[in-house]
Design a protein around this ligand. Structure first.
Ligand SMILES: CC(C)(COP(=O)(O)OP(=O)(O)OC[C@H]1O[C@@H](n2cnc3c(N)ncnc32)[C@H](O)[C@@H]1OP(=O)(O)O)[C@@H](O)C(=O)NCCC(=O)NCCS
Length: 157
């Protein structure tokens, strides 16, 4: 049902500034301060081992996923969000599928992530892709906001 196009944001992209601005705006709307990367997005994205995919619908950014591969063994999904009025149209699933594919091309054995257990749609989506809950980390986001650590393992070969 998703009718958007998934685009990888490259460092030398001519629309870098516009895309980052759009994402920062969405980030501010969707996440509370303690979960938001709004202030550090540009910096995070310029790190060597990180990537960002976004969904473009008629020139508008309606969703994004950020991931990184801190080691050759493990990658992590650091952020996933879809604009509120564009949800339940398959964009989240398409983004996650594309990010997993990107991580797999680096031959990592595991993808991990943190998610607030209260973010039910996200937890259901991650489970749909086979992510399992590893641990509950109390106070991860703030004194009263916890996180599940979730992981998805791949065969060694
Ligand atoms: C989580 C999120 C990215 C999902 O995006 P989306 O585009 O609405 O997701 P999709 O339409 O691709 O849904 C894919 C699957 O996710 C699950 N899902 C998504 N929204 C759901 C909801 N409200 N209730 C139950 N399951 C849901 C379902 O399994 C769904 O598959 P189905 O349609 O076959 O049932 C979106 O809800 C969001 O941005 N939430 C706020 C930010 C957030 O919590 N991010 C994750 C933490 S970083």
């Amino acid at each position: 049902m998703s009718s958007g196009v998934i685009v990888e944001l490259h460092r030398n992209a001519t629309n870098w500034g516009k895309v980052v601005d759009d994402i920062v705006k969405l980030e501010r709307k969707i996440f509370p301060k303690h979960e938001s990367l709004a202030r550090s997005f540009d910096e995070e994205l310029r790190k060597n081992n990180s990537g960002l995919l976004y969904v473009d619908v008629d020139g508008e950014v309606v969703g994004y996923i950020m991931y990184s591969w801190p080691s050759s063994l493990c990658a992590s999904v650091t952020k996933l969000a879809v604009k509120e009025n564009c949800r339940r149209q398959g964009h989240g699933e398409e983004l996650l599928k594309a990010a997993i594919k990107k991580c797999r091309t680096r031959n990592v054995h595991r993808i991990s992530l943190h998610v607030d257990p209260l973010r039910t749609p996200a937890v259901i989506l991650y489970k749909k892709f086979g992510f399992q809950v590893d641990n509950l980390i109390e106070g991860y986001y703030s004194s009263d906001r916890n996180a599940y650590r979730m992981y998805l393992d791949f065969d060694a070969n």
